[in-house]
Design a protein around this ligand. Structure first.
Ligand SMILES: NC(=O)c1ccc[n+]([C@@H]2O[C@H](COP(=O)([O-])OP(=O)(O)OC[C@H]3O[C@@H](n4cnc5c(N)ncnc54)[C@H](OP(=O)(O)O)[C@@H]3O)[C@@H](O)[C@H]2O)c1
Length: 352
């Protein structure tokens, strides 16, 4: 055991991309556990897009990370010493460990949860962690997914999106369409994860891809990215279609705010970080938006008209890149745990 606690602290708030000035590696004493506390060695940390939003100087669903504070993140830690009946040496715990070597778990606000037997640390941080929960409750509770829905998921090869698409399939969606970047990710979500089709947003016009993949409209759009992809999906929403505002990754590093014409930008209280469980969702949203991150009742004719470009612009657009296969009726296989291709987004955990 190292006698120093290496920790990554927030050095300054980023205004665009995070760079070497944003964080600082420093060393501190290994903390000593007090009464009712345990000292745990951090074994895995999670590096999630949402951490970027906690670095901003803007209110969110969790307090900001303060300057000089350890970067907040999920993680898994092993108990080394304990003065609490709740924790025993050797226990694996998960919760907010932060990016550091050692963490103190107490029995109150800084309590960590024991990993249930049989659950791997990476599953605890992934499919059973924040991203898995966001996918599950976003689709079933906020989005009220139902049999026969045409579901579109963006960020579909990422931790949240890949889980959301599989849940939609298990819940009986008529068609699950994923939007991802690059042919490798598109092939992976169709061949391994049972998405019906994939649209490569880096290869062609998303709007055209959506019109081809969902000609009768999108019943439920699970949005992880915001920006132009959100615009395109709103433009293809079916009458009484629903939108789950889970994240807006395309604008997290944007200087001067989110791009384009999207209905709700990254800073909007209804979105993301917010979108699924933020108490401010209970406030009324702008025209057309519902509660709980749902945007209800916007038909594509209503929303799309404002967003569509003229026919000449459309004619110049490149062809959509749609990867797909025929829908397999009644496909109810469980979540696949296959490895994602390199660069398919964060698995949710890194070995510390
Ligand atoms: N509301 C909640 O409680 C909650 C919980 C967890 C996550 N989230 C949100 O869900 C989203 C995904 O998080 P995650 O943890 O699943 O992340 P992740 O595993 O890192 O996946 C993110 C995906 O987004 C895609 N992406 C990145 N930049 C993009 C852009 N400009 N346009 C389109 N796609 C882009 C990436 O793939 P490509 O290579 O295909 O671009 C990647 O697969 C984030 O917005 C996050 O904040 C919300």
């Amino acid at each position: 055991m190292s006698d120093r606690n290496r920790r990554v602290v927030l050095a300054e708030r980023p205004t665009g991309m995070v760079d070497e000035r944003t964080t600082r590696l420093e060393e501190a004493e290994v903390p000593a556990p007090g009464p009712g506390e345990a000292l745990a060695r951090v074994r895995y940390i999670s590096i999630d897009p949402t951490i970027r939003t906690w670095m901003n100087d803007a209110p969110g669903y969790l307090p900001l990370i303060a300057i000089d504070e350890v970067v907040r993140s999920g993680g898994v830690a092993e108990v080394l010493e304990s003065n609490s009946e709740r924790y025993a040496p050797g226990d694996l715990l998960f919760g907010m460990t932060g990016w550091q070597d050692y963490v103190i778990a107490d029995e109150g606000a800084r309590a960590l949860q024991a990993l249930p037997p049989g659950i791997s640390p990476t599953a605890a941080l992934g499919v059973f962690g924040i991203t898995g929960m966001a996918a599950y409750f976003g689709l079933t509770d906020v989005g009220a997914v139902k049999e026969g829905d045409v579901v579109v998921v963006s960020g579909a090869a990422g931790a949240t999106g890949s889980t959301a698409g599989q849940i939609a399939r298990i819940k009986g969606a008529a068609k699950v369409i994923g939007i991802a970047g690059g042919p490798q990710k598109c092939a992976w979500i169709v061949e391994e994860l049972s998405f019906d089709e994939a649209i490569d947003y880096k290869a062609g016009d998303i709007g055209a891809g959506l019109r081809e993949a969902a000609p009768a409209g999108i019943d439920l759009y699970f949005d992880n990215v915001g920006g132009p992809i959100l615009d395109a999906c709103l433009g293809q929403l079916a009458l009484r279609g629903r939108v789950v505002l889970c994240g807006a990754i395309s604008s997290y590093n944007a200087r001067g705010g989110a791009s384009g014409r999207q209905l709700l930008d990254a800073d909007h209280p209804a979105r993301a970080h917010g979108g699924l469980h933020h108490p401010r969702l209970l406030r009324p949203l702008p025209a057309g938006a519902g509660r709980d991150g749902r945007v209800a009742g916007l038909g594509r004719d209503q929303v799309g008209r404002a967003h569509r470009r003229g026919p000449r612009a459309r004619a110049r657009r490149p062809q959509p890149a749609v990867h797909g296969r025929q829908h397999r009726q009644g496909d109810r296989q469980g979540l696949r745990r296959a490895e994602r291709p390199a660069g398919a987004g964060l698995v949710g955990a890194l070995r510390a």
